[in-house]
Each structure stands twice: as structure tokens, then as C-alpha cells.
Design a binder for this molecule. Sequence first.
Ligand code: SF4
Length: 346
Amino acid sequence: MPTRYDLDRDALADLLTGEPRYRVDQVWDGLHRQLAEPSELTALPKALRARLDDELPAALTPVAESTDRTGETVKWLFELAGGARVETVLMHYRDRTTVCVSSQAGCAMGCGFCATGQAGFQRQMTTGEIVEQVVRAARRSRQDGRRLGNVVFMGMGEPLANYDRVWPAVERLHRDLGLSARHLTVSTVGLVPGIRRLAAEDLPVNLAVSLHAANDALRDTLVPVNGRYPLSVLMGACADYLRAKGRRLSFEWALIDGTNDRLSDARELAELARTLPLPAHVNLIPLNPTPGYATRGTPRDGVELFRRRLDDLGVNATIRRNRGTDIDAACGQLAAKVELRRRPAG
Ligand code: SF4
């Protein structure tokens, strides 16, 4: 059965066959612009509300919710049909509100430092499941007196490995939730064919490439897909994306102690960034400890040193404020913890 946001407008019109034509607009607008549940659409007859509730169920069942001490970060663990679990993180900053959404349950990319990657792939998320994460976050933002303006596809999964469902979700967020393309960011660990498809789309979204290493030997060990799309090929696709879109490109760099935080790593990264037609921005990610995994994140002063080194080399870098210190904000972590709790002790 399709869930609430799985239907496109034509499918909704089919579902509402026999109702006056304006009902399609009313329901569509209610779900997307008003962020309403069917039961809240009081302009509709009661019987229709009940029918929509029944025939368009929510896709996401909340399993856990954690809020940090300041109330600025809310993290949800949702269960999907079939039992897979994904996470969504809402972050209120001083000047903006951003939600980080998942695009797959689990992930097949197998990055060694990532709890999700270690747990493996479960299934693709549907367009409706992706959109509903944003709608729920937007509702929560409204309750908090904020307006959700930014969406980043940086939660569980590799968005470009689920392109055919992710892209319609991006279009829906833009067209029906009214989010500007410049505030939508799709991340990838480096799936070159997906980057090329993205470059051919009309909407100029931001691209974030999870780089983590700037030479092939190291990147092969951290990000296995590098074997298929080595750095020279990846940088070629990034350069073409920049030429096609003129949009911001960022590199994500999770700092791992003694592995990719040395002066030589900063130099290689700066050299790579110089090959692009526009300057790339580097987001440095302090790595949270992953349960059951030995990789150690770079200590705080090492993170700052790496940023300064990049700065000296002419590369603009920001340290991603670690929202996970008291609520587990790194990729895959809440899911991993809940899974651990569910297992019988011993
Ligand atoms: S870091 Fe991202 S791409 Fe790599 S395994 Fe984790 S979720 Fe997948």
C-alpha cells in the first residue's frame, strides 16, 4: 500500500475519483504546504478525512526520539514497513534550520568508519518515506517557532544509489514544500554516474562529496567505492558539475586520528581542490566513537590544527559543530545503539 507521500498528484487524483476536482488541490496543498495530517484537514468532509487516514497511512513510525540539552537538535529513529529503521536529524542553528534525512535503510557502500556501513544494506527508501522525514521535521520546526529551510541528504544511505526515488523527492521538496534548490544538498561518497545525472537535471542543488582522503591508496581503504571511481575520475565529474551548475561544492572529511589528519593529508587535499574550476569548501567532521568499532576520531586540538593547515594552504574549511556529544549525531549511530539495546545481553 502506498504511504501518504508516495503518491504523486496524478495518483492522488485517481484515488479521489468521484470527489469534486478541487479536492485534489485541497488535499495536496494540505499535505505539503500546510504539513497537515489528513485528520487535520477540517475543510474536508469527515468521511473523506477518515478515508484518507485509512488509505494513505504515514510511512514512518517513531521508535526513539532524543533531544540535546539545548533543544537545538532532535534526532528520530523511525521504523519503516517491513521493520527496517532509519534516522532523521533536525538541527536549529542561529540563522537557519536544517534537516538531515536518510535515503536508504542501511547502506551498501561499506565505509569502514561508519556504523551504517558496517551494518550493511537493508532496502531502498521510497520517495514518500524520504519526503515524510522532511514534513515531520518541518512540523516540529513550526512547533519550535522556526521555519525549516534546508535539507541535506546526509543521513543513512548513499542517495545517488537510490537516484530514482531520491530525485523525485528533491523535486517535491522544491515544488510542493517550497524549498529553494540552493538550500537542498545531495551528498555522495563518489558515485560518478549519479553525479553526472545530477548535473543534467534542471534544479541546481548543492553537491557534497564525502571525500575523507585525497590519495587513492588511502581512500581505497576508507571508502571502498573508490576502487570503482578513483579520485581522477571523481574530480572530473565534480569539475563538470561545477561548470554545469555553478553551485557550491563541498567536501566532507571525517577526521580519523593518525589516518587522514596529517600535514601531508592537508597538502594533498589542497592540491586536489586546486584542480576544480571553482573553490570547494571543506567540512571537517569530528568523528563520534562508533559502538563496537575501534576507529578513533582526531582529538579536538588536532581538528583545529588541520583546519588551520588547510587555511594556510588557501582552502576554506569549517569544523562541523558536533551535534552528537550528548545525543549521538554521527551517521548511523542512534540506529546502531538501539540495535545493540534490542539484542539480548551476553
Ligand atoms: S559513510 Fe555514508 S556512504 Fe559510507 S557506509 Fe556510511 S552511510 Fe554509506
